[in-house]
Design a protein around this ligand. Structure first.
Ligand code: FES
Ligand code: FES
Length: 157
């Protein structure tokens, strides 16, 4: 029997999107494979690493744990919408300046979580940054430089 499709309408990076999706399609796969928004990464696939982080209705979420049909009516922002053309935003630039990027897999999620941390705390101390980043795993950098970058971006803003 054919897999039934469900119509969803949502806003992604400021653009209205409508699509017919199967009930089992993950939001992460919808973004990456249907819309070619490949910034959110598929790493653990079970809500442990934060590599698939996006904003949904103003809050960071793990898009690997959400079905595309559950995003119907929502407003999403992915890492692709953070820069202005080729101009990086302050957080992205801070990650570059502080050499916070190695393989890069975790970085889109780290950057968006950094944005959420500034939203939540304004100018957070390092312990707060570390605590709020606990849902984002990096296997390369040791975190020090990532925390440096978020602290700098928060100070600058
Ligand atoms: S891929 Fe979603 S949390 Fe790891
Ligand atoms: S830079 Fe490689 S996982 Fe974080």
């Amino acid at each position: 029997m054919a897999n039934p499709l469900f119509r969803i309408s949502l806003t992604i990076n400021g653009q209205p999107v409508q699509a017919d999706v199967p009930a089992t399609l993950r939001l992460l796969d919808f973004l990456r494979y249907d819309l070619d928004l490949t910034g959110a990464k598929d790493v653990c696939g079970e809500g442990e690493c934060g590599a698939c982080t996006i904003f949904m209705d103003g809050k960071t979420v793990n898009s690997c744990l959400i079905l595309a049909v559950e995003a119907d009516g929502s407003e999403l922002m992915t890492i692709e919408d953070l820069s202005h053309g080729k101009m990086l935003n302050e957080m992205q630039q801070a990650f570059v300046d502080y050499h916070s990027v190695q393989c890069g897999y975790c970085i889109p999620g780290m950057v968006l979580s950094g944005e959420q941390i500034i939203k939540d705390h304004g100018k957070p101390d390092r312990d707060t940054i570390r605590e709020d980043l606990s849902g984002n795993i990096c296997r390369c950098t040791g975190y020090q430089k990532i925390v440096d970058a978020i602290e700098f971006a928060a100070d600058k803003r």
